[in-house]
Design a protein around this ligand. Structure first.
Ligand SMILES: Cc1cc2nc3c(=O)[nH]c(=O)nc-3n(C[C@H](O)[C@H](O)[C@H](O)COP(=O)(O)OP(=O)(O)OC[C@H]3O[C@@H](n4cnc5c(N)ncnc54)[C@H](O)[C@@H]3O)c2cc1C
Ligand SMILES: NC(=O)c1ccc[n+]([C@@H]2O[C@H](COP(=O)([O-])OP(=O)(O)OC[C@H]3O[C@@H](n4cnc5c(N)ncnc54)[C@H](O)[C@@H]3O)[C@@H](O)[C@H]2O)c1
Length: 494
């Protein structure tokens, strides 16, 4: 006789990956239980990570009038004296709206929600301990571990939730500090450093590495760092943190070699680790690595125990809300015996710093390492009409193209709207498109998206031989600016 279970699928954790797994399984008509210890749905993504940091960024850009300063000058402000309560107001509203949407979604889809701490009893059974210490056991035919990650908190860092904080502490700051030290120039550190710098907070970024964001195209990072230095952000790179002492109520970071950096608040963002510590993994036959992460089959997201799947931050790279959602959906499809959708070849990265950065596909450094013959094209936002209207001072879009096949290999953007614009390049990449697509397509005018066309024309101009004595290419009439009339198109950029 077939074994019977309380639920077809149990999901531990209601962040992006758990939520997608739960909804997908319920759409297949399966009974689903989702458990979260927080007492509210949404996970790190909604409560301390993605959504709070992006809401904070938006609030800061709006209240400071940041986007208008290219037109009205660096002293332009929408609101003078911005306080923590100004930041809190929008944060509270956005987070509550997100939770409401999730609760409604789960209700509509008949997903059962339980709040409590989950831990394994065996490969099909989980014990839930509620806040009032009640315990009950539930069984599932399959279980998705979507417990996410927590900030890495080394013992020698004197976290106190006020002066020395991790990224969780950023959402409950009582005052906006006058100065901020950020230790760890990963994505989290860089995002918060630049958001606070836009608020006129004096920011110093410390990292043991010599270069920041080394997975991003170096030309983009150069432009980015140039803009940050222009905003008076200080860098102390190539120096590991030795210790932190509190002097006159201020945290002082002491670096290797003795250099000291003092500020009102120190934000430590030295990475994250899988939240598996209390899961009693051994009872289910599982083991985490030294960063609390689980290993899975990259196609199905099954762990070494067939009834248990793991998705999202708990499996490590790339540890993004965007990719976590897809992993959750794929795991649910497999657990429900449905065809497993393939993971797309290319996914985008979006860094919501000020200015924004986004990329998809290969960097120029990777292309060179792989010895692929290539050419690049660049379009500066200030050269687009949209950029002029918006007063955009910096920012560019760069494309990388294979010289032999003309296929698009990568897109790299720094500047306004980068995280939205990237999806045009992502579609062309995932459909194996060539850069000529951008030359042939008509874009809305005036838009930042036109930068794709300009960058493609830049490539075209570089790779198209011109004959001796031909002189300047003739001007192109609008009717002529059609596909593959390659030589003439060059007049637009030449
Ligand atoms: C400051 C910050 C900014 C970020 N910005 C972005 C961004 O802009 N874009 C992006 O794509 N990604 C971003 N990320 C990453 C993104 O938040 C994570 O990749 C994403 O939240 C991971 O989702 P997840 O499904 O693994 O679960 P999580 O969102 O981590 O949620 C896991 C949930 O599981 C619960 N849980 C854990 N253990 C148990 C247990 N034993 N029992 C019951 N419940 C449990 C937790 O309470 C939590 O609610 C950011 C992260 C941070 C920290
Ligand atoms: N926009 C986004 O997509 C987004 C935003 C935020 C976070 N995230 C996710 O969150 C994850 C974690 O981000 P993170 O920034 O905390 O970690 P990270 O691992 O990316 O960066 C940590 C940095 O801290 C430095 N560091 C560590 N210890 C140090 C010390 N003692 N002294 C000096 N430097 C030190 C490391 O060299 C590294 O550069 C990321 O991998 C990312 O996937 C994504």
């Amino acid at each position: 006789m077939a074994e019977s279970f309380d639920y077809d699928l149990i999901v531990i954790g209601s962040g992006p990956s758990g939520r997608r797994a739960a909804v997908q399984a319920s759409k297949f008509g399966r009974s689903v239980l989702i458990i979260d210890r927080r007492g509210q749905l949404g996970g790190v993504s909604v409560h301390t990570g993605t959504i709070p940091s992006k809401t904070l960024r938006e609030t800061v850009l709006n209240l400071t009038g940041w986007r208008e300063r290219g037109i009205y000058g660096i002293n332009y402000r929408v609101k003078q004296d911005i306080g923590a309560q100004d930041l809190d107001m929008r944060l509270g509203k956005t987070l509550q709206d997100e939770v409401d949407i999730l609760e409604h979604q789960f209700l509509r889809n008949g997903i059962t929600v339980e709040y409590g701490d989950a831990k394994f009893v065996d490969a099909h059974t989980v014990e839930i301990e509620s806040e009032d210490k009640n315990r009950r056991r539930v069984s599932g035919k399959a279980i998705v571990v979507a417990v996410g990650s927590v900030p890495h908190r080394p013992r020698n860092i004197p976290f106190d939730g006020k002066r020395v904080i991790d990224s969780d502490g950023m959402v409950s700051l009582e005052r906006i500090p006058r100065s901020l030290t950020v230790v760890g120039a990963g994505v989290i550190g860089i995002e918060y450093a630049t958001i606070f710098s836009a608020l006129d907070v004096r920011v110093t970024i410390i990292d043991q590495r010599e270069h920041i964001l080394d997975f991003i195209d170096h030309e983009v990072v150069d432009e980015f760092v140039h803009q940050l230095r222009d905003q008076s952000v200080n860098f102390r790179l190539g120096s590991a943190l030795e210790s932190i002492v509190i002097e006159a109520e201020q945290p002082v970071a002491i670096l290797e070699g003795g250099r000291r950096v003092r500020a009102d608040v120190l934000l430590y963002t030295g990475g994250r680790q899988g939240a598996t510590a209390g899961l009693n993994l051994a009872a289910a036959g599982l083991e985490a690595d030294n960063r609390g992460r689980l290993t899975v089959d990259p196609v199905t997201f099954q762990t070494s125990v067939p009834s248990i799947y793991a998705t999202g931050d708990v499996i490590g790279f790339p540890a993004l809300a965007s990719t976590s959602m897809e992993q959750g959906r794929i795991a649910a499809c497999h657990a429900c015996g449905q065809p497993v959708p393939p993971a797309p070849k290319f996914f985008p990265y979006g860094i919501y710093s000020v200015p924004e950065i986004s990329m998809v596909g290969m960097t120029e450094e990777e292309v060179r390492k792989k010895k692929i013959p290539y050419e690049t094209g660049i379009a500066r936002f200030r050269e687009t009409s949209r950029g002029q209207i918006m007063g955009e001072r910096g920012g560019f879009l760069k494309i990388i193209v294979c010289l032999e096949t003309h296929r698009l290999l990568g897109v790299h953007i720094v500047g306004e709207a980068a995280t939205e614009l990237i999806h045009i390049g992502q579609a062309v990449l995932n459909f194996d498109g060539s850069f000529e697509y951008f030359i042939e397509a008509t874009f809305n005018y005036p838009t930042f998206a036109e930068a794709y066309k300009s960058a493609a024309l830049d490539v075209w101009n570089r790779i198209t031989p011109r004959h001796e004595g031909e002189g300047e290419p003739p001007a192109v009439s609008p009717e002529e600016s059609a596909p593959r009339r390659a030589k003439k198109v060059s007049a637009e950029k030449g």
